[in-house]
Unconditional design. Structure first.
Length: 163
């Protein structure tokens, strides 16, 4: 079971899925920071003075983490960063649900009809993404250099083994 879970192709697929989700979510938020700031405000967790800085920095952090995952750069750090963000997202959604807030999650499609409300579906999606983050982190912890990563391309031993 663990050999399949940590197979290089499975890890590559996990990186591509997780990285793509973070890049798409981040780009949509970058395109409409006002709507994202309003989505953050709807959670009623941050002081008003923090909304703009969060709305401007979080999407870029998501895009950076997603790009690092896709290109296989600093996999341990980028997977830990995505895991940390997902834990915060899950906690925020759970908090909104417990307080009975009927709000859009603010995950994708800022200000459009495609926005989804907070709920168990969103938590399940984020938990699934968290599993991918943990899987990538564990694989990078087990092997310093993973196949199909930027570090593997830079390491002469990996290049020689491929030939």
């Amino acid at each position: 079971m663990s050999s399949v879970f940590f197979h290089p192709v499975v890890i590559l697929a996990a990186r591509l899925v997780l990285g793509s989700v973070f890049i798409i979510a981040g780009v949509e938020k970058i395109a409409n920071p006002d709507a994202f700031a309003k989505a953050i405000h709807n959670y009623q967790l941050l002081p008003y003075s923090m909304l703009n800085i969060m709305a401007l920095t979080l999407p870029w952090l998501e895009v950076l983490a997603g790009a690092l995952l896709i290109f296989g750069v600093r996999l341990r750090a980028s997977s830990a960063l995505t895991a940390l963000m997902l834990i915060v997202f899950i906690a925020a959604i759970a908090s909104a649900m417990m307080r009975g807030l009927s709000i859009d999650c603010g995950c994708f499609s800022q200000g459009s009809a495609a926005s989804e409300p907070v709920g168990w579906k969103k938590i399940a999606e984020d938990v699934a993404l968290l599993v991918l983050s943990v899987q990538i982190f564990a694989a990078s912890w087990e092997n310093e250099i993973l196949p199909f990563s930027f570090e593997a391309m830079r390491t002469p031993a990996m290049v020689q083994e491929a030939q």
